[in-house]
Design a protein around this ligand. Sequence first.
Ligand SMILES: Nc1ncnc2c1ncn2[C@@H]1O[C@H](COP(=O)(O)OP(=O)(O)OP(=O)(O)O)[C@@H](O)[C@H]1O
Ligand SMILES: [Mg+2]
Length: 309
Amino acid sequence: MLKIENLCKSFGSIKAVDDISFEVKRGEVFGLLGPNGAGKSTTISIISTLLPPTSGEILFEDNSIFKNPKNIRQKLGVVPQDIALYPTLTGYENLKFWGNIYGLKGTELKKRISEVADIIGLNGRLKDRVEKYSGGMKRRLNIGSALLHKPELLIMDEPTVGIDPQSRSHILDTVLGLNAQGITIIYTSHYMEEVENICSRICIMDEGKIIASGTQQELVELVKEKTQINIKLDNINEDLLNGFKSINGVFDAKIFEDMITLYGENGDTMLAEIISKVSEQKSKIQSIDVQKPNLEAVFLHLTGKALRD
Ligand SMILES: Nc1ncnc2c1ncn2[C@@H]1O[C@H](COP(=O)(O)OP(=O)(O)OP(=O)(O)O)[C@@H](O)[C@H]1O
Ligand SMILES: [Mg+2]
């Protein structure tokens, strides 16, 4: 659906986007994950045709968006990172304003506002001024503004920043609901849990570059040796430790008080062997905790930095 090819954008000496390429397929929830300043919003502004690139090409349904920006503008909805609402107007008036911009009028607009209000769960509150809304409600209305013209592709730039967990989970459910209705979604975030939960494929950006991309499973494979298993045991001894070290896929094992920590390749296949070693040594497991590598670990592995400040 959307192909980004060797995209670059410089602001003076800052390379905000530095030769990135990726493809978004129709029907997917595509995640763009990266820390502050990675270049996510700049990439989105270029896709939205609000900002020209320094170089590179973007194809939407095989046509350059720079040659024919109208084509993508009609089919694209963008939820900006900075909330774009008029605080002194009501929720309804805000949606009406955005609907007018997309060329919607009269009964068609009214009907669509009501549909969108249902999707974002604000139907009872549209008569209130936006300045009286909570942070989460403003975020939801911000999403609604991008849905009025029924976009085929929805780009969401950090739509859950600064809101409570309940609103966050409402927004994530909304994203999945929209996707189930056939809308393709590009979801930008620096919260790896969100991206892990809802995205089928993910690009990790840092300092203008894509440092890794793939499904969550493929990305986590990059740090497969980092699975950690903590086992609390009744009876710890050197034989047990050495037994653990001999398990296929275990790189290292260490004793910490009443616990043995194993570092290995694949937690699932190691577990069965761990249990058999424990019974061989007539010990007993009190608790076992498997920590699989996540996207945070992938980012740390690739950049040496934490994803969040
Ligand atoms: N209009 C601009 N003028 C100059 N520099 C800019 C401009 N817009 C962005 N930048 C710079 O480009 C880099 C990438 O910024 P961008 O906003 O795309 O990052 P981001 O990944 O969206 O970060 P965040 O998570 O903080 O929103 C940053 O170093 C930023 O300072
Ligand atoms: Mg941004």
